[in-house]
Ligand binder design. Structure first.
Ligand code: KIV
Ligand code: ZN
Length: 518
C-alpha cells in the first residue's frame, strides 16, 4: 500500500480570487458538490471575514457537504478566526486555516511587524483557533522567500500551539522545484516536533512551475497538496488539481503515492468550473484542454490505430472524457436527451431538465447536428442563467460593409420589456451599445473572446465577456449558433453577475486583503 497524498482544493477560495472569477452562493455549492463527489479530502470553501457573501457560502457548504473536510481561511487576527469558526462549525469535519506572512518583505512592508511580533501573533492566533476547532492548519505566507531559520521557529511554535497541518506556500510562484523541495527537506530535518504535523504544499504558477513544485514538495515530505480545478487562481493561477492527481497516478512507479480522487470526475469538474467562472480552458491545457487527447498528426494517428499506448500515457476515460460523437437531433425525445446528459455526467432535476430540453429543441431547429460539446454549452448556459434581472427577448442586427451598424434589441429588465435601437462600430459594438442604452449600466469591457464550440460553419460560437467597474469584475460566457446572439448573452450573463454582486454589496477583497496571493 502506498502513502496517501491528501488533496486540499482551494478553487472556492484562492481560485475565486482571480479577477472576474467570483461566484455566487448557488454556484459555490454546485462546485463543492462536485468536489465532494470527486472525493476531495479538504475543500477550502472561502474566506469568511472577507465579505458576507463569503461567510454565507462557507456556512452553507459546511451544512451541505458531509464527506469532505471544510476549511475556512483566516488571517492571524482573532476576529478572522472567530468568523471562520462561525462559518465552519456546522461541518461534519471543520477546519480553520490561519496564516501570516513570514518573509522579510511581507513582514516589513505589508504587516509592519518585526519577526518577534509575528511569532507573538502565531502563538496567540493558533492557540485561539485550536481552542475552537480540533483541526487547525497554519500557513507561513510567502515561505518561498522567507529566511529558513525563522521559518523553522515559526513552524515549531505553530505545532506547539496545536496546528496539525503546516502549509508551506510559494505565494508568489518564485521558487524552482529543487529550491521548493529543499525547503520541505530542511523543515523535516530541523523542526523538532515536525512528526506531529502533516506538511502541505501550496504553489502558484507565476513561472509555470506550480505543479512541478508540488511534486518536488511531495518527494521531500509533503503529504497534502493545495490546488485548484483548472489551475484557477490569482495572476497565473494555482497548481492544477487534475495535473497533480494524474501525474501521481501515471508516475506511480517513480512516486509511490496515491490520492483518493475519483479521476473520472475530473472533466466534469473542469467544465463546471469553466462554465461558472467564464474562464475558458486553453485547448492545449494538460488533462482537461480540448486537445489533451486529440491526435492530429498522421504519424500519431497511425500509431494510435495500431496501439493506443504508442502516444497515450493515460486514457481519456480515466479523466471522464467520452468520445465526442454526433448525439441527438431535433426528433430526439426527452428520455434520450436525459440519458445523454447523464452519460456526460449531468444529473439534472426535472425543472432544469425541462428548461434545457426546451433550449435543446431551439438549438436543434437551427443546427442539424448536435454534439456533446453543444449539450455541455447548453448546461453551462443554464448554470449562468439564474439571478436573471436582465433577459434577452429579441435581437436583430445588420452586418456587412455598412457605414453604421444597427442593433434593434428588446430586453426584459426585472420583468418589464424595454427596447432600443443603437448603433456601433460593427454588429457586436452596436449590440453592446443597445444593452447599455436599455440598462443604463456602463461597465468597462475588459475581455471579449469568441471561439467555435465544434467544427463546421453552423457551429455554435462561444463568447466570453469580462466586465468591470472600479470595485468589481465579472466574467461570463454565452453560446449560440449566431455569434452576435452569443455575444449579447455573454454580456448579459456578465452583467447579471455584476448586478448580483452589487446587490450583495461585496467587494471582491477588502482593500487590505488585496495583496499578492491572499
Ligand atoms: O498563496 C498563499 O500564500 C495563500 C495563503 C493564504 C495560504 O493563499
Ligand atoms: Zn495562494
Amino acid at each position: 500500500m502506498t502513502e496517501k497524498i491528501y488533496i486540499f482544493d482551494t478553487t472556492l477560495r484562492d481560485g475565486e480570487q482571480s479577477p472576474g472569477a467570483s461566484m455566487n452562493l448557488e454556484e459555490k455549492i454546485q462546485i463543492a458538490e462536485i468536489l465532494e463527489e470527486m472525493r476531495v479530502d479538504i475543500i477550502e470553501a472561502g474566506f469568511p471575514i472577507a465579505s458576507n457573501g463569503d461567510f454565507e457560502a462557507v456556512l452553507e457548504i459546511s451544512k451541505n457537504i458531509k464527506k469532505s473536510t471544510i476549511a475556512g481561511l483566516a488571517r492571524a487576527k482573532i476576529a478572522d478566526i472567530d468568523r471562520a469558526w462561525e462559518a465552519v462549525q456546522h461541518a461534519s469535519y471543520p477546519k480553520i486555516h490561519t496564516f501570516i506572512a513570514t518573509s522579510p518583505v511581507h513582514m516589513k512592508y505589508k504587516l509592519k511587524k518585526t519577526p518577534s511580533e509575528v511569532l507573538d501573533a502565531i502563538k496567540l492566533t493558533v492557540t485561539h483557533a485550536r481552542k475552537l476547532c480540533p483541526n487547525v492548519e497554519w500557513s507561513c505566507e510567502d515561505a518561498g522567500r522567507s529566511e529558513i531559520d525563522f521559518l523553522f521557529k515559526c513552524i515549531e511554535l505553530a505545532i506547539d500551539c496545536g496546528a496539525e497541518t503546516i502549509n508551506i506556500p510559494d505565494t508568489v510562484g518564485y521558487t524552482l522545484p529543487t529550491e521548493f523541495g529543499s525547503i520541505f527537506k530542511a523543515v523535516k530535518n530541523n523542526v523538532p516536533n515536525i512528526d506531529k504535523a502533516i506538511l502541505s504544499s501550496h504553489t502558484h504558477n507565476d513561472l509555470g512551475l506550480a505543479v512541478a513544485n508540488s511534486m518536488a514538495a511531495i518527494q521531500e515530505g509533503a503529504r497534502q497538496v493545495e490546488c485548484t480545478i483548472n489551475g484557477l487562481g490569482e495572476r497565473a493561477g494555482n497548481a492544477a488539481l487534475e495535473e497533480i492527481v494524474m501525474a501521481l497516478k501515471v508516475k506511480k512507479d517513480l512516486m509511490p503515492f496515491h490520492t483518493d480522487i475519483k479521476t473520472e470526475s475530473i472533466t466534469k469538474a473542469s467544465r463546471l468550473v469553466s462554465a461558472i467562472t467564464g474562464f475558458t480552458v486553453q485547448p492545449n491545457k494538460a488533462i482537461v484542454g480540448a486537445n489533451a487527447f486529440a491526435h492530429e498528426a498522421g504519424i500519431h494517428q497511425d500509431g494510435m490505430l495500431k496501439h493506443a499506448g504508442t502516444y497515450e500515457i493515460m486514457t481519456p476515460e480515466s479523466v471522464g472524457l467520452t468520445e465526442s460523437s454526433l448525439v441527438l437531433g431535433k426528433h430526439s425525445g426527452k428520455h434520450a436527451f436525459n440519458k445523454k446528459l447523464q452519460e456526460l455526467g449531468y444529473d439534472l432535476g426535472d425543472n432544469a431538465l425541462m428548461e434545457i430540453f426546451g433550449r435543446f429543441k431551439d438549438l436543434a431547429d437551427k443546427k442539424k447536428e448536435i454534439y456533446d460539446e453543444d449539450l455541455i454549452a447548453l448546461v453551462g448556459d443554464r448554470t449562468l442563467s439564474y439571478n436573471e434581472h436582465i433577459k434577452l427577448v429579441s435581437l436583430s442586427v445588420n452586418a456587412g460593409l455598412l457605414e453604421k451598424h444597427e442593433a434593434k434589441m428588446t430586453l426584459e429588465v426585472d420583468g418589464s420589456k424595454k427596447s432600443a435601437t443603437s448603433f456601433g462600430n460593427g454588429p457586436v459594438d452596436a449590440t453592446f451599445n443597445a444593452i447599455k442604452d436599455i440598462t443604463n449600466y456602463n461597465f468597462r469591457l475588459k475581455l471579449y473572446q469568441v471561439h467555435a464550440i465544434t467544427a463546421g460553419t453552423d457551429a455554435q460560437g462561444e463568447v466570453t465577456v469580462r466586465l468591470e467597474d472600479d470595485r468589481l469584475t465579472s466574467q461570463a460566457k454565452g453560446s449560440n449558433p449566431d455569434i452576435i446572439v452569443a455575444s449579447a448573452k455573454a454580456y448579459i450573463n456578465a452583467l447579471n453577475k455584476l448586478i448580483y454582486k452589487k446587490s450583495k454589496s461585496f467587494s471582491e477583497r477588502p482593500s487590505e486583503l488585496k495583496v499578492k496571493g491572499v
